[in-house]
Ligand binder design. Sequence first.
Ligand code: ZN
Length: 617
Amino acid sequence: MGKRRISSIMAISRFLRTSFVFLILGAAVACLAQESTTKAAARADAAAAAAVPPSAYNAHPKLAVLIVIDQFREDYLERYRADFKGHGFKLFLDKGAYFPDCYYDYANTMTAPGHSTIGTGAYSNGHGIAGNEWWDLSRNKERPITSVEDERYALVGVPAAGKTAPGSSPRNLRASTVGDELRLATAGEARVFGISLKDRAAILPSGSAANAAYWIDQQSGAFISSTFYEPQLPDWAAAFNASGRAAQATQDAQTFTSANNLKASAYGGKSFYGFVGSTPAANAYELDFARALITGEQLGTHPVTDLVTISLSANDILGHGVGPDAPAEHAMVDSLDTDLDGFFTWLDKNVDGGLGNVWIALTADHGVAPVPAEAAKLGINAATIDLKKVVASLNEAMNAKFSPGEKVSYLFDRQELPYLALNPPNFDRAGINEQEAEQAVLDALPSAVDALSAPTDAEAKSKIAAPSQTRLPPTPVLVRAYTRQQLAAGAYPAGEFGEILSHSYSPNGGWYVMAVFADYQMEGGYGGGTTHFSPWSYDRHVPLGFYGAPFAPGIYHGRVGPVDLAATWAALLGINQPSAAVGHILTQALKPTASVAYPKPAPIHTHPAHTKTAAKP
Ligand SMILES: [Zn+2]
């Protein structure tokens, strides 16, 4: 009994030992089987990836970054090229596909239309945004509404001491953006964001389906948003605002203004927006916020493509004050080159697989005119136009015609060229309809402009008596003008200029007459500075550059437009064109699909034993 017992215990023990060995072997076999399944799956994935072209649906690229420089004429990149170092602007000029001959094909070269065009691949007649602001009496009788203000929402994240203002949204944007199409194509899996100092420049290029857009509270510099997107700032954005970064930017701005002998408050005022915003410190500040956003929202880590639009505002705020030819502008361009180099290097280190898995596009929302006085010194007829006088003359003419002896304001006191906005209720009261009103303003406009430079009798006589020994001052010249109804009906002059005008029309806004002044002429009142608003080449000429796996590096001459950016990206992402897009795909700069290669993402963490086994032949 005892012996049997012992032997049976030994038998059990042997059984257990054997079982244990089997268990271990079983586990190992299961493990190997699992590993081989994983490897097979990986091979299948690789085969599938090879069989279908890279697109947004398989995260090619992982991240698309759209950089817009506000008020940046293309010729800056030619003029200052010798200064560029590293991979800032040179990423596009040397390693990307670069188009030096990119022009907006419309006449209303302002910030809101430009950013809308970049995002939508359409002109104002497609996306609906023709100006930064316009009169819409149904929404506000006191002042023009801005392109993105929306009283149905509230701002988010404004510091307690900040100014209360209506919320913002893309409600006036009548077309989808490339980001919207990316979101639609991936059922919202792709994540899309917009960043700028300016609300319109954050909201319009990113679009209606963007996860969020961020811009600054002008006084404090804190990044804010709108309840259209989210009820409160995400933690990473609140942390950025609390980090003291705005104070650092203010110090950096002080250094720049001293070094360039700029008056601290001459251009934008004393607010963060005006002071820091007119220096390169604002570009660095925005790019730091972009880093925080990309990290905080884990952009570039999703199974589909993510997209962020970054509009750098500083060039515009400084440019209005000093003009395109000032040494401070040169310093700004060089400083931006350094900041872009730093940002692109950061992307290379922080996106899975590096910069090879990122697309970056570079463009601008409009160019700018030279400072009129400087152009005039060279002999150009660069007059400034006293718009207040023009409006007063027009009001006088309208009163003489429709309400003799009265002083009715038939034109609004606040105007944004190239549009002269009419006040419909005041014409209504005089029994005048839109057609008669706009025609009357159109008829009165040439004499109102001529009156700005009419010589006195004495002057006129002295000129006849003795030809001038020096150059005469420039004189305002009205080239053409059109009523809103003419533009709406498509009554354009034949040829390319007519096309430019047709692209400028939008049904947003009320009655107006569009005035085209001679080239290099503009409204006065920029404190000795300059502006952009016209159909002339200097306002329309912007850079267009692409970096990314599908692009064949090179300089591509020939006319292209900013509308081509969204069109080209949409085609390469494999998604629908934005809803009103008219841009062309820049096929001349594309590699054959078969030769487009993306870096493999970093290997997913595997058990060391598996790695060893896998290494055996
Ligand atoms: Zn702008």
